[in-house]
Design a binder for this molecule. Structure first.
Ligand code: AMP
Ligand code: MG
Length: 325
């Protein structure tokens, strides 16, 4: 089959202006997006609490943060390391390892509003989708299945949109999203990444985001050691959620828990074993449990809802470019 050509080349998106440079109208728009962020945080955290997920507070510095490697999607340029009492720790890139440990040992169902720092190549900010500080609503559940996580996410997102469309009409209408933000039909369609590569080539993420008019799942994406990989079929039991005309807002997976597999994958990926000694030890002692979960980028989700050009518009102090306040 021939690869489809995308309708247009990815545009370069201007970085948003800092707060103190906004006009009166722009401040009104900013405040409106802020109210949608408040609504979304309140709604999603309440839904997870109601479903018996424990709300954990985040860690900011740790030895075993996300290696973000190998991940064809990530282009990390700099990793921030500091010495604390003689131990080298890094700023949190994601709390994936902490989620696996916490869910296995003490909090079977958990979520965290986790601040992530990822300093990627500066050009990335021009996609309008990348900021160097963002927050994930990161959740994990012991013994959960991929299907279970998909159903949960579809339910919480549809509940959020249903109540938001009732309660936040003024905000959605000011952002011209009253009519264009539709309530998706469940279950969302599921695509295999390999099928999408046949259709769109390497640019499948952009391709599916442009083409779909509903949120869709994409499964089987090769990435970091902690996502479950079936060594016999070579398929990955993981998933990303893509929003129409926007792109990825969630990544998640069923996770690895068996020592031999984790060790093999860490070695295969050339990841520093020393940083993941605890998770390896727990896996060896069979204390690591099968879990599944995901992380919703809050700025991306609210960015999609609000119809912003640049995801940093959802931040009071945009974390893109070199104009940090
Ligand atoms: P990941 O596991 O790396 O895919 O991150 C989980 C979610 O966080 C993604 O699906 C996005 O919604 C969000 N995210 C990841 N990287 C960024 C970034 N550089 N800027 C904004 N949001 C991001
Ligand atoms: Mg991702």
């Amino acid at each position: 089959m021939e690869t489809k050509t995308l309708s247009k080349a990815a545009p370069i998106i201007e970085l948003p202006k800092p707060l103190e440079q906004l006009s009166e109208g722009e401040v009104e728009r900013k405040a409106c997006i802020g109210r949608l962020m408040t609504y979304t945080l309140n709604n999603l955290t309440s839904q997870f609490v109601e479903k018996d997920f424990q709300w954990l507070l985040p860690v900011a510095l740790s030895q075993s943060t996300d290696p973000l490697w190998p991940d064809p999607g990530a282009s990390i340029e700099k990793r921030i390391e500091v010495d604390i009492y003689g131990k080298t720790v890094r700023t949190t890139a994601s709390m994936i390892i902490h989620k696996l440990i916490a869910s296995s040992l003490a909090y079977p169902k958990l979520f965290i509003l986790s601040p992530n720092i990822r300093i990627e190549k500066a050009e990335r900010a021009k996609t309008g989708k990348h900021i160097y500080e963002f927050t994930q609503l990161d959740f994990e559940a012991r013994n959960a299945s991929t299907k279970g996580v998909m159903t949960l996410v579809e339910e919480v997102i549809c509940n959020l949109l249903t109540s938001m469309k009732q309660d936040m009409k003024e905000e959605l209408s000011l952002l011209c999203r009253c009519d264009t933000l539709e309530l998706p039909k469940r279950p969302f369609k599921v695509y295999d990444r390999q099928e999408l590569e046949v259709d769109y080539g390497a640019d499948w993420e952009e391709g599916i985001a442009q083409e779909t008019s509903d949120p869709v799942w994409v499964t089987n994406i090769p990435r970091e050691f902690y996502d479950f990989e079936d060594f016999t079929t070579g398929k990955w039991d993981n998933y990303d959620l893509f929003m129409p005309q926007y792109g990825e807002v969630l990544s998640g997976a069923k996770r690895e828990w068996e020592y031999e597999k984790i060790l093999k994958k860490i070695e295969r990926d050339n990841v520093d074993k020393y940083n993941y000694a605890l998770v390896l030890k727990l896996a060896k002692e069979e204390k690591l449990k099968p879990t599944a979960g995901g992380g919703i980028g809050m700025e991306r989700l609210v960015g999609w809802i609000s119809g912003v050009e640049h995801v940093a518009e959802t931040q009071p102090f945009p974390r893109a470019g070199n104009s940090a306040r």
